[in-house]
Design a protein around this ligand. Structure first.
Ligand SMILES: Cc1cc2nc3c(=O)[nH]c(=O)nc-3n(C[C@H](O)[C@H](O)[C@H](O)COP(=O)(O)OP(=O)(O)OC[C@H]3O[C@@H](n4cnc5c(N)ncnc54)[C@H](O)[C@@H]3O)c2cc1C
Length: 324
């Protein structure tokens, strides 16, 4: 089938490549492409954060987890496997509070007391991929194009424009779905990250995060060439400019959380970036539009678009097969 995918972030590109692999003729239309999408800002640790529904998230996440595992064998794609990623909690966690995806995440276990920073009472550890999006997105896009896929930079005001080009349209517009569908359940959750040099003394830092401890949302994610510090999660804040006051706060909270970071001088900072997570009341939307035959949706991934990407793409291939 001929298919237009609207959106060139991680969701649009993985959906386009997966549909192409399934034998469809696919083109991508996107207002912005890498490095100018929200997906470029992602940290990007595989971790289902700020996203629902839990049962589907666990299954979509499993497919992406395995996909990224296969990517690790190709260093040029920018995916590394991190052992013992720590997710920490200020309160003790009951078994019921442990995530469903623990069933398949490698080496999932409770955190040991000696792994808990001050102010944290519990947590868990697991192995997971971290993806350098500035490397990964161009890799996915180039693979799609090398196999004959077309990528066009254009804004779509109405899905009818895409239906003029193909009988099947997949909406992967992220926050743009708010206007395009339109979908009033969509809302932005602004994030800001600070990238610092991986200088001497910081080589053996652990990947760790927490979202409601003494430092609020905080994470430290060592990547191939740098370390990402976060975070910020402000619902309905639409600013796409750097908040200068947040940068020292992110750094200070990260240092309290992971003292091994040491002093962070201004010239240790390589980049500060911000983006709007495409959150949705009611959770991720992956379904055929009940009112518009041929229109499929894949948007609303909140803080976990990378984590769910290949799983949601597989779900879209299944939906497309129902249309044939
Ligand atoms: C600070 C921060 C840290 C994050 N960390 C992580 C993490 O560690 N792990 C993780 O899994 N996720 C993380 N996320 C979340 C992740 O970035 C998002 O869930 C993901 O990028 C959503 O992908 P997307 O393709 O739906 O959206 P986007 O990347 O925003 O792409 C949307 C695409 O649609 C296009 N578009 C929109 N409207 C139109 C239109 N009308 N016409 C044509 N094109 C249109 C856009 O131009 C763009 O190409 C983080 C996000 C932020 C901000």
């Amino acid at each position: 089938m001929e298919i237009v995918v609207i959106g060139g972030g991680v969701i649009g590109l993985t959906t386009a490549l997966t549909l192409q692999d399934a034998g469809h003729q696919v083109q991508v239309w996107a207002r912005e492409l890498s490095p100018h999408t929200t997906s470029d800002v992602a940290a990007a640790l595989w971790y289902p954060y700020l996203v629902e529904p839990a049962d589907k998230v666990a299954e979509w996440g499993r497919i992406a987890y395995e996909h990224f595992r296969a990517d690790v064998a190709h260093p040029e794609r920018g995916v590394r496997w991190h052992e013992g990623v720590l997710e920490l909690s200020p309160q003790p966690l009951s078994d019921a509070q442990l995530p469903q995806w623990r069933a398949y995440a490698d080496n999932f276990r409770r955190a040991r007391p000696d792994e808990l920073p001050e102010g944290y009472a519990d947590g868990y550890a697991f192995d997971a991929p971290v993806i350098v999006m500035s490397t990964y997105l161009p890799y996915v896009q180039q693979t799609f194009q090398a196999r004959g896929g077309r990528v066009e930079q254009r804004a779509v005001a109405d899905v009818a424009e895409a239906f003029a080009a193909a009988p099947v349209v997949v909406n992967c517009a992220g926050l743009g779905a708010r206007e395009l569908v339109p979908d009033p359940a969509m809302y932005p959750v602004r994030g800001q990250v600070v990238r610092i040099r991986k200088s001497a003394g910081r080589e053996h830092l652990r990947t760790m995060s927490a979202d409601n401890g003494p430092q609020g949302l905080v994470y430290v994610i060592p990547r191939i060439d740098d370390i990402v510090l976060g975070g910020v999660n402000t619902a309905n804040d639409e600013r796409l400019t750097i908040d200068e006051a947040q940068t020292p706060s992110i750094i200070e909270r990260a240092r309290q959380f992971a003292p091994a970071l040491g002093e962070i001088a201004p010239d240790d900072i390589t980049q500060v970036a911000c983006g709007l997570r495409p959150a949705r009341n009611g959770g991720v939307r992956v379904e055929a539009d009940p009112a518009r035959p041929g229109l499929l949706h894949n948007y609303g991934h909140g803080g976990a678009g990378v984590t769910l990407s290949w799983g949601c793409a597989a779900a879209v291939v299944y939906l497309a097969a129902q249309l044939a």
